[in-house]
Design a protein around this ligand. Sequence first.
Ligand SMILES: Cc1cc2nc3c(=O)[nH]c(=O)nc-3n(C[C@H](O)[C@H](O)[C@H](O)COP(=O)(O)OP(=O)(O)OC[C@H]3O[C@@H](n4cnc5c(N)ncnc54)[C@H](O)[C@@H]3O)c2cc1C
Length: 845
Amino acid sequence: MSAIDPLTLAVIQAGLQQVCNEMDVAFSRSAFSPVIAEADDRSDGIYDRDTGALIAQGEYGLPVFVGTMQHSTGELIRLIREGRVGAPEPGDVYIVNDPYLGGTHLMDVRFVRPVFVEGELFCWLQNTGHWPDIGGAVPGGFSAHATEVEQEGLRLPPVKLFKRGAMDQEIFSIICSNIRVADQRIGDIKAQGAALAVGESRLMELLAKFGRATLDEAIAEIRARSAERMRAEIRQIPDGTYRSEAFVDSDGVVDEPLRIALTVTKAGDTLTFDFAGSSPPCRGPMNSVVATTCSSVYLAVKHVFPDVPINAGTFEPLVIRRPEGTFLDARYPRPVSGCAAEVSQRIAEAVFLALVQAIPDRVTAAPAGTSGNFALGGFDPEKNAAYVMYQITGGGYGGNADHDGLSNGCSTIGISKTAPVEVMEQYYPVLFRRFALREGSGGAGAPPGRLRGPLRGRAAAGRGPRLLRDGSRPFRPARRARRPRRGPERGAHPPRRGGVHPAASVEGPEHRHPGRRPGRDHDPGRRRLRRPGGARPGARRAGRGAGLLHGRGSRSAVGEARVMRYFRPTTLADALAIRREHAVTVLAGGTDLYPAASARRAWGDPAQADILDISGIAELRGIADEGDHWRIGALATWTDLIRADLPPLLDGLKAAGRAVGGVQIQNRGTLVGNACTASPAGDGIPNLLALDAAFEVSGRAIAAADFFTGYRATAAGPHDLVTAIRIPKRPGRGHFEKLGARRYLVISIAMVAFAVETDPAGRIRDARIAVGACAAVARRLAALEAELAGQPLAEAPGLVAAHHLAGLAPIDDVRASAAYRMAAARALVADGLAALSRTSDRRAA
Ligand SMILES: Cc1cc2nc3c(=O)[nH]c(=O)nc-3n(C[C@H](O)[C@H](O)[C@H](O)COP(=O)(O)OP(=O)(O)OC[C@H]3O[C@@H](n4cnc5c(N)ncnc54)[C@H](O)[C@@H]3O)c2cc1C
């Protein structure tokens, strides 16, 4: 037992955990691809300098990477020792995605960074990020028909992508030349590298506080204690041999089930896992590499004993016999793309099925057991760019002794989220028609009437995306199961009454299963995705999954009742008269109004204003060319603006429209509504300032500069109606830059709108630049505008200085600090000028 005191030990343990958690967050926050930024398909950890053994892993990272990443670090150390990979130096980052070197599939790309203290290697940091594409036969990398790993994409042995802090452009070029949508990869690569840099600096803080010797001692002690804790759990299991089997329906190429045979032997404080008798390696992509097989056992055991902290010690009492000669120990060149999303879950299922015989009260009924991967790729003419969409969808978890399973939980092996459909619709040319819990997806269970029967979780999902524009080759690894899976039963139930539930199914014409009849949904532009629920061996009860569809229940107001009046005139004259005579709130699209009203009610304010709904007034619709100006009617939605044929001057306003909420919000929300809310974060407002717009307010004109008078305050009075916004015609181009915590569906941390006119030589004739979300009211940067006049646009980004932003007064809030907002605004101004310069170069060419 170490001499280190328990308090210091606890603080160091939490500190190491925090280092990993911060890496996780930094990675997701800065990544470009939704699969990482939205779905969190990534993981970060700290590894032993000599063996690669796991020291700590982020709580927000994928459990399946728990074993693979330490395996991968171990392989890297081996290759360095053998002289096959260059020795580490400070600032180096190795990249590797070779599945046979401690990986999963090729899309899971690992970055490994050595951490040095006073010139000596202290540990390794590693992260894995799921890249949406790594080349190969199909977009997204999950080729259902691959028979060799080369068909699945680019395989990278460990090489230094960053050498002493600088990225190797040649390696980067090789990677980019072999993958789809390469232009986005730089964002993910920088994010992945930056996450490790964050980890290193946080680790240095911990080292500075406790010193290397204490940290080393604590790490060894934490590992020893975790091992002992796991041994204590295992000692509770009755000695014996427990057998189970699970099946993968087919490998995608040969239409035969793959069998996972598992024998778990409990003796003393050790659990031994033996997969002898499992199917031999398969031709299709459902082989599992040994690191993934081990990882699947680890994560399954961790599901059963969730309280044991994660590090290499946790798994010391687990002996996994290498499943040589089976599809669970894939060797080159076996294809492996299905191993992480599907086979790993069946392995976990086999572990649950074996352990439930020994400890029925500790194991839940069967979970959904699929990651529900769905990949779609093609060319989006609207964005003039190729795309690869990759989506993970949840499923149900099996019930427990005293509560229902989780509805729409992530897969057994993951912690990833389903990216919001609104965000996916913004990124990709798809439209989701339905996304809902599937009632009954947990399957029928044991006869009703059982007491304390395990309950079930419902699956997520429902109807999948509909393609709006071109798309090709969707992938769907999980098909309708012909062999219904049997979930682990719980103790109260006789054997073989486990929750039988349907597995996932995806219907569509491509990659149809060999020997299977076509699915029902044959519209080439339409996909239906259905996910399984968790098993439910207990009595049927009304679905009580997570509250995804649950309302909060209405509260009746106490006190004097008042009837809300609702006016919906069809002429402007009537609307103006109602507005003059009544104290009414104007309703346009309602996308600001209704959320604000709900928020007020949630805080206990039941007051409801009378409503003047202007949506029936045809005169307020449309965008018109009126000679010297464009007139944008009060009912023109963001979608109307985006689709309108307008000159480049309004490009910034259109870009703001695309950045507002999701497609549904753009279809209802109006520019005028955005302006009248006068939120500091209203994306339309800086554009209106940069465009020198004017408001038509109850028959009078008010310049945009005078319209916005303060925080959520405008010059329009309580009896005014804004009928339109006028934008004077002039030469020049508009542009818009927005920064939020994520790419779409986000409130701005800072945004900048530009309207810039240049002469034929590329010098700026006139620049109007307005910054939003950095003061109560968006501000023009008058000093910068004056300085830019006459300067070459190409040089403009370099001229932006701190004093140009002196008039801004950002606040600290949950979204960002004032200092961060200032820095972001300055960077956005420079970025926007650079983007304008690039597009003017292209036009000139
Ligand atoms: C999920 C979600 C995401 C969002 N994302 C963004 C975003 O990214 N960026 C952003 O800027 N906004 C965002 N919004 C806010 C909102 O969608 C926009 O501000 C939208 O443009 C408001 O337009 P509306 O027609 O729905 O306004 P409404 O809600 O109908 O009205 C807004 C306000 O303006 C007043 N008003 C409306 N029309 C008139 C008129 N003709 N005369 C006088 N007063 C009038 C109303 O009384 C009300 O006070 C989001 C909202 C939601 C719900």
